[in-house]
Design a protein around this ligand. Structure first.
Ligand SMILES: *Cc1c(COP(=O)(O)O)cnc(C)c1O
Length: 465
């Protein structure tokens, strides 16, 4: 029974992954087509599970996006190193509840082991708390909840029992280019988006440390500073060393949103970009972006584990707990019953090792520079950012009758429809740009060259049209 179903799934998955590099990268079906193929009335009786899987794969196929493939440059999207797909299948088969040690001692230990390895790779304090969450958004939430707990505790207030409504006023300071996810996480925590004080940024989107220092000097309330490693458009990192020093002097907590940029810390020649990062109080990052494990996977890391546990911990008489060293995964995250996300990470670190992970990040940065060079060598194309990491912002010149914004938007639409690669758009300092993020483990120089050729071909067609 199991075997027949799992073999079907294996065949579908292998066929997909074996051909992913030759697919049209974007989806090709319309919503109406997908709805008519996949929808229909509610089934009342049963069907053969093998047929269900085969039909599902057949009908969903034209609506799939080859975002796990080598020429998908949209948002900041990783693929999945093959061993992590295998580990993720095993996670489903074992179907462990990673909430409590007693509900899966193996997963409890694996989370501890992976936490230690990742802290070592990132050169963060080895005693930090690590929560395995769904993504950087929840990692931001977890870390900022710990921050809120601690800065209010120092002001004599227990936010977990006394709430926020009559608490001492909390200041939250972020760069003008703070990611929307950090602002969203703060909203869940009772901090409105208009309450976040925005610090001016430089031309690459980095928070200005001198402006932060003035802001901190101008007020004494319990304060959280939200810094960023890896701007989602430019890849630039805030001057963390100066930010942490300034925050320390004023007793503020420093949280770093490092969804992808944190991984610069794993590469010796990129480390200078995140200098001082280890002195921050908390770090949020993704594993499903640059670490190339399947969705969903993120890490919430807090230097002092106590406020993280104070903010996340739940107690009930039936939640059976053992010895202190036995890890209950739910103590570190805003979830109770949960998936064994650490399994894919365990398999990744075992397979690639520290050097392999550094090499993955390093290779993507080199390929980002390659596509930036290929594009900017062409007439009428400019690169708007300093390509320091894996992010590239390309802009296409105005033509008679069309502004550069319009031309750039048309090129993006053509590239998406053409299907060799996929890149999205973004506004950078009021200019429309094509945003190219190179984050996939399997991307090669040949993929970059093919993609650059396709983008330039689309640009020529827009110019000629
Ligand atoms: C992607 C991203 C997030 C949100 O992460 P999810 O994986 O979507 O939860 C937060 N911050 C930055 C800088 C990001 O790039």
């Amino acid at each position: 029974m199991h075997q027949r179903i799992l073999e079907t799934a294996e065949a579908i998955a292998a066929r997909y992954l074996d051909t992913i590099a030759s697919r049209h990268v974007g989806a090709t079906a319309t919503r109406a087509q997908l709805l008519s193929a996949l929808g229909g009335s509610l089934p009342h009786g049963s069907s053969d599970p093998v047929a269900v899987l085969e039909q599902l794969a057949l009908h969903a196929d034209p609506g799939l996006v080859a975002s796990a493939g080598p020429r998908y440059f949209g948002f900041v999207t990783g693929g999945a190193v093959p061993v992590t797909v295998g580990a993720d299948w095993i996670a489903s088969a074992w179907d462990q509840n990673a909430a409590l040690y007693v509900s899966s001692p193996a997963i409890g230990v694996i989370e501890d082991v992976v936490a230690g390895w990742l802290l070592e790779i990132l050169a963060l304090p080895r005693t930090a708390g690590v929560g395995f969450v769904t993504g950087c958004h929840m990692a931001n939430f977890t870390c900022l909840a710990a921050a809120r707990h601690e800065v209010l505790r120092r002001a004599g207030w227990n936010v977990e029992t006394q709430g926020l409504q009559r608490a001492p006023r909390l200041r939250v300071i972020a760069g003008g280019e703070v990611h929307v996810s950090a602002v969203g996480a703060l909203r869940f925590l009772g901090i409105g988006s208009d309450e976040v004080e925005r610090i001016p940024v430089d031309g690459q989107g980095r928070m200005r440390a001198d402006a932060l220092e003035s802001a901190l000097a101008g007020g004494a309330a319990p304060t959280i500073v939200c810094a960023q490693a890896g701007n989602v458009s430019t890849g630039a990192t805030d001057p963390l060393d100066a930010i942490v020093d300034s925050a320390r002097r004023h007793g503020a907590w420093v949280h770093v949103d490092g969804a992808f940029g944190l991984w610069a810390a794993a590469v010796p020649e990129l480390k200078a970009q995140v200098a001082g990062i280890e002195k921050a109080d908390s770090w949020a990052t993704d594993a499903h972006k640059w670490l190339n494990v399947p969705y969903d996977s993120g890490l919430a890391i807090v230097a002092d584990a106590a406020p993280q546990r104070a903010a996340m911990n739940l107690a009930a008489s039936y939640l059976q707990r053992g010895a202190d060293e036995e890890r209950n995964g739910m103590d570190w995250v805003p979830e109770s019953s949960r998936r064994s996300r650490a399994l894919a990470l365990y398999a990744l670190v075992r397979t690639l090792g520290r050097d392999g992970i550094a090499d993955l990040v390093r290779r993507n940065c080199r390929l980002a520079r390659r596509i930036a060079d290929r594009l900017s060598a062409a007439d009428g194309v400019s690169i708007l950012n300093e390509v320091v990491l894996n992010q590239v912002l390309a802009r296409f010149e105005a033509t008679p009758g069309r502004s550069a914004d319009e031309v750039t938007r048309e090129v993006i639409a053509r590239v998406q429809a053409e299907g060799t690669c996929w890149a999205g758009g973004a506004f950078w300092q009021n200019k429309q740009a094509m945003r190219i993020a190179v984050s996939n483990w399997s991307t090669t120089e040949a993929d970059i060259d093919r993609s650059a050729d396709a983008i330039l071909r689309c640009y020529q067609q827009v110019r000629a049209s």
